[in-house]
Design a protein around this ligand. Sequence first.
Ligand code: ZN
Length: 233
Amino acid sequence: MNRNKKLVIILMGPPGAGKGTQGELLAEKLDLYYFETSKIIEEAFNRAEKGEFVKIEGKKYFFEKEKKLWQEGILCSPPFVTYLVTEKIKELFKMNKNLVLSGSPRTLYEAGRVMPLLEKLYGKKNIKIILIEVSSRESIFRNSHRRICELMRHPILYTKETANLKRCPLDGSKLIKRKGLDDPETIKVRLKEYKERTFPLIEYFKKRGLTVKKVNGKGSVAEVFERILKILE
Ligand SMILES: [Zn+2]
């Protein structure tokens, strides 16, 4: 791929749609930086000291309070997430990275600040938005069966091919369940949050003149990946 060509791919879809897995595959195939918002948030929580906060537009956001929301499956405060995300985007742009985002933007507030920034840095025509569609039932099933690896937190989507997997195919570390986040009750909250707060972004993108392409999320990881690549052609 031409190094001077700018590209940002935004993957949308309910929890369990396979955004993480597809994001990693796209990153590798197209030489993109895999921008995983949940990882950026988790890293920020791990780095944060007791009582630490960020002040945004005159209001204080405490890391401990945000972490509690996160653990319950509720989206963190949009200004807090937006702050972390926009800082990271600017840093990556300076490093000449093209991006694939999964998990951002997630709220209208965040989109209202992240999209203008991405458009300014990368250009509107270089932003590709892909909505991976799966049903609520499928989403709940996949999330309750999802695992991650102990070492790098690589997401392992539940499929026929991965059902009996014991170790991470990328680094060999043990596969574990995400504590809390993938409990059935938490998943229901996450799904509701998606429907009420994230799905409306599709309309927002269209109003901004951005194209949103839909992809059927059913089937194996490889099948969905093929569909995405075809759309990007
Ligand atoms: Zn791994």
